[in-house]
Design a protein around this ligand. Structure first.
Ligand code: ZN
Ligand code: ZN
Length: 391
């Protein structure tokens, strides 16, 4: 096996931890049990310091190497679950109704715990490794909370690294990318207020449903007609809510959507056009519309030098043939972006595909692939040993 031998010894324990975490998923900033689980394990491993309660449920473990050097790096795992009802039927399926580890953060947490145990036991490095267990990756920006609460001042580090399992990439293959790897995200919310009426007497009202239809269509012209074709951007409306029955024109309609981009200028353009089109169209029909374009996550941008180190560590674990460049970034969002805005580092994908038809992340039948647990743990441990070598 290409993984670190000592970490291979931990496989039964890591699988047990992962299944335990999987059974008790907790969503963002509510990860009380998960956080306590991490603290207990880190203490058990003999980690030098365990600091809990950063961004409510975040935990940082401090592991000092054998040398006296002052250098330090950070390794980050996200710990939160999603508000999804699990449909895997697994023996270790979620016991929390409406909650599921559908993005594999149970696996990320376990891989970083495996690395922490190995690093605390061997300490075959010079300097300090910080293991960062971050809450609320999904939607709530736990990384931003940790940065705001002084993560990098309290635990000064040169670089920070993270990894995400990816069920469409072959099992055990790492994929890296320089520059932007994940997109910036904004949440769009639109409230159209017209005038309710009987459905058979539309002339007596101002129909917000018809206006909503025009707005949804017009928003599609932003990427198609305003954005330079070689740039990347998305405007999606994912939620329309208004009205209750066949024959009533409602008073108002609510639309919710998402915008995605990589370059700041593109984000500014998307925002400006959404804010021009929506009230303009509503006004043209004699209605009002309020629109908010709330920027949630910046783009996740990898530092080329740090990515070079990530590639070297990944190659040491799985071999050159299983380390490849991700050909395109994804329009998905990731709050590790906030850490990368504050510190150079790199975010890498680790494939977990068992076959071509695996359910993808955020699907109710998705399940993290335990085979990659020791690979991810070995990657994190190798990064520390390679970046903070003993003299
Ligand atoms: Zn996710
Ligand atoms: Zn995720």
């Amino acid at each position: 096996m290409p993984i670190i031998n000592r970490i291979a010894d931990f496989i039964p324990d890591m699988v047990a931890w992962r299944h335990d975490l999987h059974q008790y998923p907790e969503i963002g900033l509510e990860e009380v049990r998960t956080s306590a689980f991490v603290v207990e394990k880190l203490r058990e491993f003999g980690v030098d310091e365990v600091v809990a309660g950063i961004a409510k449920t975040g935990v940082v473990g401090v592991i000092r190497g054998q040398g006296q050097g002052g250098r330090a790096i950070g390794l980050r795992a996200d710990i939160d679950a999603l508000p999804i009802q699990e449909e895997t039927g697994l023996a270790y399926a979620s016991r929390n109704p409406g909650r599921m580890h559908a993005c594999g953060h149970d696996g990320h947490t376990t891989m970083l715990l495996g690395a922490a145990r190995y690093l605390a036991e061997t300490r075959n490095f010079d300097g300090t490794a910080y293991v960062i267990f971050q809450p609320a990756e999904e939607n709530l920006g736990g990384a931003q909370h940790m940065v705001k609460e002084g993560l990098f001042e309290r635990f000064p580090m040169e670089q920070v690294f993270a990894m995400h399992n990816w069920p469409s990439i072959p099992e055990g293959t790492f994929m890296w990318r320089n520059g932007p790897i994940m997109a910036a995200v904004a949440n769009i919310e639109i409230r159209i207020t017209g005038k309710g009426a009987h459905g058979a007497m539309p002339h007596q009202g101002t129909d917000p449903v018809v206006i909503a239809a025009h707005i949804v269509t017009a928003l599609q012209s932003i990427v198609a007609r305003n954005l330079e074709p070689v740039e990347a951007g998305v405007v999606t409306i994912g939620h329309i809510q208004g009205g209750d029955t066949w024959n009533v024109i409602p008073e108002s309609v609510l639309l919710r959507g998402t915008a995605r981009w990589f370059r700041d200028e593109v984000g500014d353009l998307l925002e400006a056009r959404v804010k021009e089109l929506v009230p303009g169209i509503a006004a043209a029909f004699g209605a009002r519309a309020e629109v908010s374009f709330e920027r949630a996550y910046p783009a996740t941008v990898n530092d080329p030098a740090a990515t070079g180190r990530a590639i070297a560590a990944a190659t040491a674990v799985v071999g050159e043939a299983k380390v490849a460049e991700l050909p395109k970034p994804t329009m998905g969002g990731e709050d590790f972006a906030f850490m990368l805005n504050a510190k150079p580092g790199s975010y890498i994908m680790l494939g977990g595909a068992r076959g071509p038809n695996d359910p993808q992340v955020h699907h109710p039948r998705y399940d993290f692939n335990d085979t990659i647990l020791p690979i991810g743990a070995s990657y994190f441990a190798t990064l520390v040993e390679q970046l903070l070598p003993r003299a």
